[in-house]
Write a protein that binds this ligand. Sequence first.
Ligand code: PEP
Ligand code: MN
Length: 361
Amino acid sequence: MKIDLNLSPIANHLENPRWPALIAGPCSAESEEQLLDTARQLKETKRISYFRAGVWKPRTRPGSFEGVGEVALKWLQTVKQETGLRTAVEIATTEHVELALKYGVDVLWVGARTSVNPFSVQEIANSIKGCNVMVLVKNPVNPDLQLWVGALERINRAGITQLAAIHRGFSAYEKSVYRNEPVWSMPIELKTLCPSLPIICDPSHIAGKRDLVPLVAQKALDLNMDGLMVEVHNNPCIAKSDAEQQLLPNAYAQMIYALQLREITPARPEQRSELDAYRQQIDVIDETIFRSMAQRMSISQKIGQYKKDHNLMVLQLNRWEEILEKRCGLATAMGLNYEFTKRLLELVHEESINLQTEIMG
Ligand code: PEP
Ligand code: MN
């Protein structure tokens, strides 16, 4: 089912309207000099739509640097006066919203630790009601699409039409190369549910280390995301938060200028017909897969009937283990990825079991 949001487009304020919106700036505002120096250097790149800075920082442990608070909003006003850059800050409480609006901040974003809590999001929505401000909603820390959608709906129902979502990855229990595991299927699903909602990627919080940021940024653009939010600091080594993932302004410029902007459709007609031919092949193969799947399920139902008639258990663990082992061996020998095969088989097996349990009554 589609999600009905009332949205107006988000301007990227760049020379070329085709470029993704680019939000860049330090994780935290630390001093007026740091903000001004970073903002001036970013302005020079000509690839910045909005200047970000964290004023209140949601830190995991107490005693860490928790942001300088209201004074940074004055510094951001100076940044805006001196560079003309529009500003963006994270808000988590009604008080943050009131202060940010009082100081003329252009963009407010709801962080991952806030979007997870419907009470907090609703309070923010109530305090923003009817304001002409742009709001970005980061994905909640856990991969729950409905929670993310719910947060967007709450803000939209408060009359905010300049609205976008930010994919910043998800907390994972298992160790990974990423600080926050990206789940690319989730922004894609969100876009399918709500095609006019801009989706921005935050490669900095996904990567967690600066070397990985450009790779994640390119991947986001390859998936047709509408913008990037990147942490940039004039001296990342001494940053008071997220020091390992922030880029120097010139590294940011290098990354942005090296990014490939891909087309949705090929420019030349002969390339288009080649793509069409591949797509036709895929359509035929998909049909074959589903025909086989339907046959497989109807045999599963016969097995279910047999098990019922002979008073046998639906779940036959040995048989399942044998299938898993043999099929995974076969599929990997054919060049398919092991994890993919395993997940696919588990899905098919689950459906078979469901069908057989229904027959058992
Ligand atoms: C941030 O943008 O600095 C931040 C705290 O992000 P997140 O909410 O994604 O952790
Ligand atoms: Mn940060």
